[in-house]
Ligand binder design. Structure first.
Ligand code: 4NP
Length: 149
Protein backbone atom coordinates (compact mmCIF):
# COMPACT_ATOMS: atom_id res chain seq x y z
CA UNK A 1 0.00 0.00 0.00
CA UNK A 2 1.65 3.21 -1.18
CA UNK A 3 0.76 6.89 -0.80
CA UNK A 4 2.75 10.10 -0.63
CA UNK A 5 3.56 10.50 3.06
CA UNK A 6 2.74 7.03 4.47
CA UNK A 7 0.94 8.70 7.37
CA UNK A 8 -2.68 9.09 6.18
CA UNK A 9 -4.01 6.81 3.43
CA UNK A 10 -1.62 3.85 3.11
CA UNK A 11 -1.44 3.12 6.88
CA UNK A 12 -5.24 2.88 6.91
CA UNK A 13 -5.14 0.67 3.81
CA UNK A 14 -2.57 -1.58 5.51
CA UNK A 15 -4.64 -1.84 8.71
CA UNK A 16 -7.88 -2.52 6.85
CA UNK A 17 -6.37 -5.27 4.69
CA UNK A 18 -4.49 -6.85 7.62
CA UNK A 19 -7.73 -7.07 9.59
CA UNK A 20 -9.58 -8.68 6.69
CA UNK A 21 -6.73 -11.13 6.06
CA UNK A 22 -6.93 -12.18 9.71
CA UNK A 23 -10.73 -12.50 9.59
CA UNK A 24 -10.56 -14.65 6.46
CA UNK A 25 -7.67 -16.76 7.75
CA UNK A 26 -5.56 -15.94 4.72
CA UNK A 27 -1.81 -16.15 4.58
CA UNK A 28 -0.53 -12.82 3.28
CA UNK A 29 1.77 -10.05 4.43
CA UNK A 30 0.78 -6.41 4.03
CA UNK A 31 3.04 -3.41 4.40
CA UNK A 32 2.84 0.25 3.45
CA UNK A 33 5.25 2.95 2.33
CA UNK A 34 5.35 6.51 1.06
CA UNK A 35 6.93 7.88 -2.07
CA UNK A 36 8.17 10.85 -0.02
CA UNK A 37 10.69 10.94 2.79
CA UNK A 38 9.32 13.72 5.04
CA UNK A 39 7.61 11.49 7.59
CA UNK A 40 10.05 8.54 7.84
CA UNK A 41 9.84 7.02 11.33
CA UNK A 42 6.66 8.86 12.28
CA UNK A 43 3.44 7.19 13.46
CA UNK A 44 0.34 7.65 11.31
CA UNK A 45 -1.52 10.96 11.38
CA UNK A 46 -3.67 11.14 14.53
CA UNK A 47 -6.78 11.42 12.34
CA UNK A 48 -5.95 8.10 10.62
CA UNK A 49 -5.26 6.50 14.01
CA UNK A 50 -8.66 7.71 15.27
CA UNK A 51 -10.45 6.54 12.12
CA UNK A 52 -8.94 3.09 12.60
CA UNK A 53 -9.89 3.07 16.30
CA UNK A 54 -13.46 4.07 15.42
CA UNK A 55 -13.65 1.11 13.06
CA UNK A 56 -12.25 -1.48 15.44
CA UNK A 57 -8.54 -1.80 14.72
CA UNK A 58 -5.28 -0.11 15.65
CA UNK A 59 -2.60 1.32 13.38
CA UNK A 60 -0.75 3.26 16.06
CA UNK A 61 2.25 0.89 16.00
CA UNK A 62 2.95 1.56 12.33
CA UNK A 63 5.92 3.78 11.44
CA UNK A 64 6.31 5.57 8.13
CA UNK A 65 8.95 4.43 5.67
CA UNK A 66 9.85 5.34 2.12
CA UNK A 67 9.21 3.00 -0.80
CA UNK A 68 12.42 1.38 -2.01
CA UNK A 69 13.28 -0.48 -5.19
CA UNK A 70 13.69 -3.75 -3.28
CA UNK A 71 9.95 -3.58 -2.56
CA UNK A 72 9.40 -4.52 -6.22
CA UNK A 73 11.09 -7.84 -5.44
CA UNK A 74 9.55 -8.39 -2.02
CA UNK A 75 5.87 -7.85 -2.86
CA UNK A 76 3.53 -9.47 -5.39
CA UNK A 77 1.11 -6.56 -5.54
CA UNK A 78 1.73 -2.84 -5.09
CA UNK A 79 -1.43 -0.80 -4.59
CA UNK A 80 -1.03 2.95 -5.02
CA UNK A 81 -3.56 5.50 -3.81
CA UNK A 82 -3.42 7.99 -6.68
CA UNK A 83 -2.04 8.68 -10.12
CA UNK A 84 0.87 10.74 -8.77
CA UNK A 85 1.94 7.74 -6.68
CA UNK A 86 1.55 5.57 -9.78
CA UNK A 87 3.80 7.89 -11.75
CA UNK A 88 6.41 8.13 -8.97
CA UNK A 89 6.54 4.37 -8.38
CA UNK A 90 6.58 3.59 -12.10
CA UNK A 91 9.54 5.95 -12.51
CA UNK A 92 11.51 3.80 -10.03
CA UNK A 93 10.77 0.74 -12.18
CA UNK A 94 13.29 1.75 -14.85
CA UNK A 95 12.85 -1.22 -17.17
CA UNK A 96 9.11 -1.64 -16.54
CA UNK A 97 9.83 -5.09 -15.14
CA UNK A 98 7.20 -4.72 -12.44
CA UNK A 99 4.51 -2.59 -14.09
CA UNK A 100 1.99 -5.43 -14.01
CA UNK A 101 2.00 -5.50 -10.20
CA UNK A 102 1.54 -1.74 -9.70
CA UNK A 103 -2.17 -0.98 -9.44
CA UNK A 104 -4.39 1.97 -8.59
CA UNK A 105 -6.34 0.62 -5.63
CA UNK A 106 -9.71 2.13 -6.60
CA UNK A 107 -9.59 0.31 -9.94
CA UNK A 108 -10.45 -2.75 -7.83
CA UNK A 109 -13.95 -1.35 -7.25
CA UNK A 110 -14.23 1.04 -10.22
CA UNK A 111 -12.38 -0.88 -12.95
CA UNK A 112 -10.42 1.21 -15.44
CA UNK A 113 -11.72 4.45 -13.88
CA UNK A 114 -8.24 5.46 -12.66
CA UNK A 115 -9.80 7.26 -9.69
CA UNK A 116 -7.64 8.64 -6.88
CA UNK A 117 -8.12 8.03 -3.16
CA UNK A 118 -8.41 11.72 -2.18
CA UNK A 119 -5.53 13.01 -0.08
CA UNK A 120 -7.15 13.92 3.28
CA UNK A 121 -4.04 15.56 4.80
CA UNK A 122 -5.09 19.20 4.40
CA UNK A 123 -8.79 18.60 5.09
CA UNK A 124 -10.83 17.77 8.17
CA UNK A 125 -11.81 14.49 9.84
CA UNK A 126 -14.65 13.81 7.40
CA UNK A 127 -12.09 13.26 4.64
CA UNK A 128 -10.60 10.39 6.62
CA UNK A 129 -13.98 8.60 6.89
CA UNK A 130 -14.40 8.95 3.11
CA UNK A 131 -10.93 7.46 2.62
CA UNK A 132 -11.77 4.64 5.04
CA UNK A 133 -15.02 3.77 3.20
CA UNK A 134 -13.30 3.68 -0.19
CA UNK A 135 -10.39 1.58 1.08
CA UNK A 136 -12.70 -0.79 2.96
CA UNK A 137 -14.62 -1.57 -0.24
CA UNK A 138 -11.42 -1.90 -2.29
CA UNK A 139 -9.91 -4.26 0.30
CA UNK A 140 -13.07 -6.40 0.25
CA UNK A 141 -12.46 -6.85 -3.46
CA UNK A 142 -8.79 -7.68 -2.92
CA UNK A 143 -9.81 -10.29 -0.34
CA UNK A 144 -12.32 -11.90 -2.66
CA UNK A 145 -9.61 -12.16 -5.32
CA UNK A 146 -7.15 -13.68 -2.82
CA UNK A 147 -9.86 -16.13 -1.72
CA UNK A 148 -10.27 -17.29 -5.30
CA UNK A 149 -6.57 -17.86 -5.90
P1 4NP B 1 -0.69 10.54 2.69
O1 4NP B 1 -1.04 12.07 3.03
O2 4NP B 1 0.07 10.58 1.40
O3 4NP B 1 -2.03 9.92 2.56
O4 4NP B 1 0.12 10.03 3.85
C1 4NP B 1 -0.08 13.08 3.11
C2 4NP B 1 0.72 13.17 4.21
C3 4NP B 1 1.64 14.19 4.30
C4 4NP B 1 1.77 15.10 3.28
C5 4NP B 1 0.96 14.99 2.15
C6 4NP B 1 0.04 13.98 2.07
N1 4NP B 1 2.70 16.15 3.36
O5 4NP B 1 2.71 17.02 2.48
O6 4NP B 1 3.50 16.19 4.33
Amino acid sequence: MVCLGNICRSPLAQGILEKKIETHNLNAIVDSAGTGSWHIGNPPDIRSIETANNNGFSISNQRARQFKKLDFEDFDLIYVMDKTNLNDISNLDYNNNHSAKIKLILNEIYPSSNMDVPDPYYGNESGFEIVYDLLDKACDKIISKLNNE
